[in-house]
Design a protein around this ligand. Sequence first.
Ligand code: GRF
Length: 214
Amino acid sequence: MTVAVGVLSSGSGTNLQALLDADLGPARIARVIVNVPGAKAIDRARGADVPVRVIDHKEQPSRAAFDAEVVRQLRADGVQWVAFAGFMRLVTPAFLDAFPGRVVNIHPSLLPAFPGVDAQRQAFEAGVCITGCTVHLVDAGMDSGPILAQTAVPVLDGDDVHALRGRILAAEHDLFPRVLRALAEGRLQLDGRRARFKGLDAPDVRLCSMEGAR
Ligand code: GRF
């Protein structure tokens, strides 16, 4: 039984590439949608022979119209889960209603710390010792949905924002495919905002890891 996944991206698409390269178990990337013409994510999808469509949000009359067109395409592809892989837009409640509890996002900080844009720089300038990345369910807020998984990433002496960004991105590329596979395998158990994953041969676990501790 395969689980069709739609991936939305807006830019370089390195998280998309990590998903394309990974063994996602029953999950199959059925469609990639990119909202920025010319974004590298488009080439990454084509390179993996995954159907890709550019829906330029600037050509849509409204946010609601853009979301409706994206939902139409994802439904046509039979998508059951939606993964935001560097997708830089907030979606409307109508989008979330189309895929209730089935939209996930990856964010480059340990939410709820440092939501919004350039989370890596926010953490660096806040002087934290530990930051990281988070995979969460998308709700109507910004980076505010239930947390599914996190990886902690240290801020090292001598780091600049660029170095930290790269270290977090590497952790993202490891975490996101693992979470998407577990979701496709139906292993998520959500109790309010607390997520557990039924282990294959282990008790229910939280998907939390430390950079380099995998
Ligand atoms: C990633 O850091 C992701 O967490 C954030 O935007 C960045 C996108 O990178 N949402 P890419 O497009 O996946 O390379």
